[in-house]
Ligand binder design. Structure first.
Ligand SMILES: Nc1ncnc2c1ncn2[C@@H]1O[C@H](COP(=O)(O)OP(=O)(O)OP(=O)(O)O)[C@@H](O)[C@H]1O
Length: 318
């Protein structure tokens, strides 16, 4: 397993006595794409600012690349590229000039900066717009330039706060593809915050579900699904005929099956603890049922997220 690169321990930030981030403990490993997922006001940006050493925790500790962010904000800044949700460029300067300006602020020698800026513009698909003023860039182009801007100092980690906000679907697709590519080709660790579940699902290795300052669950999609749907981890849907009482009884008898729902004359939903699709198919054949369709349902992040919050609400209101 890769070494930890971001570590939060009991991280807390209070504003006016109220916790915006509450006892957050989390480890992100080198080379992974981690999605911090939660509704507006959950505390994602506040957590990110503490990781960058831009906001001081009320209590707890945050370490990035082995450095305590609160004590060494400048060293952390050198190693981490940060794309804020309200990124701004100098509108009167071109894309290339903006990148070169960032490079100069980071003390990168002119020759290296020039080379890197051109490479990055190519990588993010903006070579043709390199000499265009950023005031004329679309939001999607600005986000891609933002990615180039965080990469110019060759960071080990990039932190992207709501990177897909306000971009059209095609732009989102391109940006996510780019993020995945960077991660795979350069082993850059990516932390991205979002409230857009299906997007996070496309690129993240693991996600943390964050709400009202607390991390409620974390893991990859499979492990989150198992935590939340642990009994009914798999749902096998079958369309077949005839569906007899004897067949339903036989399926119900399987030890892995929790329950069978008879949806229509020809359709069953079978809730199971493990994937026993072939066993179910076999039972259908034994009962002379012709199968028209059989499929296994995989839980997506949307379902996980909503199920989690439905669960929380009922816990909190009881
Ligand atoms: N500087 C501040 N002063 C007072 N309260 C703040 C400050 N910054 C954030 N908060 C509060 O802390 C809570 C968490 O805000 P934060 O911006 O971290 O959430 P978020 O998950 O990033 O949401 P969003 O996507 O809307 O930015 C919110 O209730 C917010 O109002």
């Amino acid at each position: 397993m890769e070494e930890p690169i971001i570590e939060l321990e009991g991280l807390t930030k209070n504003y006016d006595g109220h916790p915006a981030v509450d006892q957050l403990s989390l480890t992100i490993r080198k080379g992974e794409i981690f999605g911090l997922l939660g509704p507006n006001g959950a505390g994602k940006s506040t957590s990110i600012l503490m990781m960058l050493g831009l906001s001081e925790p009320t209590s707890g500790m945050v370490t990035v690349c082995g450095l305590n962010s609160t004590r060494n904000p400048l060293d952390v800044k050198r190693r981490v590229g940060y794309l804020p949700d309200d990124l701004g460029f100098y509108q009167q300067m071109t894309g290339l000039e903006n990148l070169l300006y960032t490079a100069s602020l980071n003390g990168i020698p002119k020759k290296i900066a020039d080379e890197r800026a051109h490479d990055l513009l190519k990588q993010v698909g903006l070579s043709d717009a390199a000499d265009k003023k950023t005031g004329k860039y679309s939001r999607g182009m600005k986000q891609r330039l933002g990615l180039a801007d965080v990469l110019i100092k060759d960071p080990e980690v990039i932190i992207l706060d709501e990177p897909t906000l306000g971009i059209d679907p095609e732009g989102v697709r391109e940006l996510l593809h780019l993020i995945k590519q960077l991660n795979e080709q350069q082993n850059i660790t990516v932390l991205l915050s979002s409230h857009q579940l299906h997007q996070v699902q496309q690129v993240c290795d693991r996600v943390g579900i964050f709400v009202r300052g607390k991390l409620l669950a974390e893991g990859n999609l499979d492990s989150l699904a198992k935590q939340l749907f642990f009994k009914d981890s798999y749902v096998v849907s079958v369309e077949a005929t005839p569906i007899s009482e004897a067949l339903i009884e036989a399926i119900n008898q399987l030890s892995e099956v929790n329950r069978v729902e008879h949806i229509t004359n020809t359709k069953l939903d079978i809730y199971c603890q493990s994937d026993i699709t072939p066993v179910i198919a076999q039972k259908m054949l034994e009962h002379s049922a012709s199968i028209y369709h059989i499929s296994k349902k995989n839980y997506g992040l949307d379902e996980i997220y909503h199920r989690y919050f439905e669960g929380r609400e009922s816990i909190e209101t009881t």
